[in-house]
Design a protein around this ligand. Structure first.
Ligand code: NAI
Length: 480
């Protein structure tokens, strides 16, 4: 039986390995992690991450050919193929701080593989890494090899949180990069055989190592760029009376552009887009191409602009102050169908409102109060450095309350901010919400989930991203 071990039981390692185990009953898959709570979670009924469909897949295989363990050394020692899916955050200090990828976790995983291995291994980069990381990993492994042969492959993951299981069951493509040597080709073939259990052969793409590594960064940069492009248009729509949904539909019907990923919003979030673009920018700078670095930096600048613009619009519409006003925040996760809050635009919006002394009442169906308090107390980029975790700030604690019900969050509030596109926010009884709010009652829809005209009929003053402004908002222009 082929044995696979995956180092890192996170949002990628957990679901990816569960699907491999599900689709390949003849392969034994063990996911290992240094985090005891994470592994206990994977072995319990309350999985450590929320992802539609994940429970069923895990329950089907766990204890048969899918295992979760903290005994990292033992399972790496036994494996034929070792996936590395550890976090690769942005560096917070030293050379490249604020841009370069921090490969501390990756390097320590590689050194551990070299330490415990006694047989040949295929080591697969699943984490998103800078181009040429495979070369560095190869050096660490071969300098400590004790005669063992290692083949490094790049197999970046393209799943999207919220639809991870669907994406893994039916991927647009699987990408495998390897060395163009007889041993490299053999290793690529071995990994291809794993995916071929359920992925059609024409969707398994093979490239050289560097193309595979760069393709992942490029894919995320292109996706984020689409969001920043439509968000840039949303500002112009508000200024001119155009409607961004109509503009997006009109351009998206051009088959060269396509309709997906054209929703204007308060901004993109998630653990990957910003981190991977910053990483791309750093690589461009290191390779002496500052023009290309500047080009990609703009994608992040527009995203920051969009979040600031939203806060400014909110404050200026409410007589230029939200001090001590209750603002209800509906949605804190970075997108619907996940509890993940890493780099969620809700953090910047809430921090902006707290800066103006607002009182926040937050409801998200999948995010706990503890998580919200921690996120609002953390410094930029620290969220992915578990060692740097800081205590929750007492000021934030006083100003932020989390509740488990949208009606409770909005009771007596001056304004409602919709920051995640959870389906349930479309179906709320907004008349009831309006009746229980302070007047004038405002709705700031950062995801365009509610029908603004219906809301206006109820009596709300409504701001929807990229839509024609109502008279109130026109009279109170936001200062950029
Ligand atoms: P995560 O933070 O959820 O999981 C990483 C896990 O690795 C943590 O549980 C951590 O304890 C563990 N870990 C770190 N060092 C370790 C070590 N030396 N030994 C054992 N375990 C160790 O991260 P996530 O979201 O799963 O991302 C992993 C990688 O995949 C990152 O490079 C990310 O950029 C990439 N990626 C993430 C996607 C996403 O949607 N979250 C999508 C595609 C790629």
């Amino acid at each position: 039986m082929v044995k696979i071990c995956c180092i890192g039981a996170g949002y990628v390692g957990g679901p990816t390995m569960a699907v491999i185990a599900y689709k390949c009953p003849n392969i034994q898959v063990t996911v290992v992690d240094i985090s005891v709570p994470r592994i206990s979670g994977w072995n319990s009924d309350q999985l450590p991450i929320y992802e539609p469909g994940l429970d069923d897949v895990v329950k089907h295989c766990r204890g048969k050919n899918l295992f979760f363990s903290t005994d990292v050394d033992k399972h790496v020692f036994e494996a034929d193929i070792v996936f590395v899916s550890v976090n690769t955050p942005t560096k917070t200090s030293g050379l490249g701080a604020g841009k370069a990828a921090d490969l501390t976790y990756w390097e320590s995983a590689a050194r551990m593989i070299a330490d415990v291995s006694k047989s040949d291994k295929i080591v697969v980069e699943k984490s998103t890494v800078p181009v040429k990381t495979a070369e560095a990993i190869e050096k660490i492994l071969t300098h400590n090899s004790k005669g063992i042969n290692y083949q490094i492959l790049s197999n970046p993951e393209f799943l999207a949180e919220g639809t991870a299981i669907q994406d893994l069951f039916n991927p647009d493509r699987v990408l495998i990069g390897g060395r163009e040597t007889p041993e490299g080709f053999k290793a690529v073939k071995a990994l291809k055989e794993v995916y071929a259990h359920w992925v059609p052969e024409d969707r398994i793409l093979t490239t050289n190592l560097w193309s595979a590594e760069l393709s992942k960064l490029a894919a995320n940069a292109f996706l984020a760029q689409r969001i920043s492009s439509v968000n840039a248009m949303s500002a112009l729509c508000e200024a001119t009376g155009a409607d961004v949904t109509q503009v997006a539909y009109a351009i998206g019907t051009d088959s060269r552009i396509g309709p997906k990923f054209l929703n204007a919003s308060v901004g993109f979030g998630g653990s990957c887009f910003q981190k991977d673009i910053l990483n791309l920018v750093y690589i461009c700078e290191c390779n002496g191409i500052p023009e290309v670095a500047e080009y990609w930096k703009q994608v992040i600048k527009i995203n920051d602009y969009q979040k600031n613009r939203f806060v400014n619009r909110l404050v200026s519409s409410m007589f230029n102050t939200v001090a001590n006003k209750k603002v209800a925040i509906l949605g804190f996760a970075f997108k619907k169908d996940t509890g993940d809050t890493r780099e969620t635009p809700a953090i910047d919006v809430c921090q902006g409102l707290l800066g103006d002394k607002a009182q926040l009442s937050i409801y998200d169906p999948q995010v706990t109060e503890e998580q919200v308090q921690r996120d609002l107390s953390m410094n930029k980029f620290d969220w992915d450095h578990p060692l740097h975790l800081q205590p929750v700030s007492p000021t934030t604690k006083k100003k932020v309350q989390c509740v488990w019900d949208a009606y409770e969050a909005t009771r007596e509030a001056h304004a409602v901010c919709i920051l995640t596109e959870w389906d349930e926010f479309k179906k709320l009884d907004y008349q009831r919400i309006y009746d229980n709010m302070q007047k004038p009652a405002f709705v700031f829809d950062g995801r365009n989930v509610v029908d603004a005209n219906k809301m206006r009929e109820i009596g709300f003053i409504v701001y929807s991203i990229g839509k024609p402004l109502d008279a109130w908002l026109k009279d109170m222009p936001a200062v950029a």
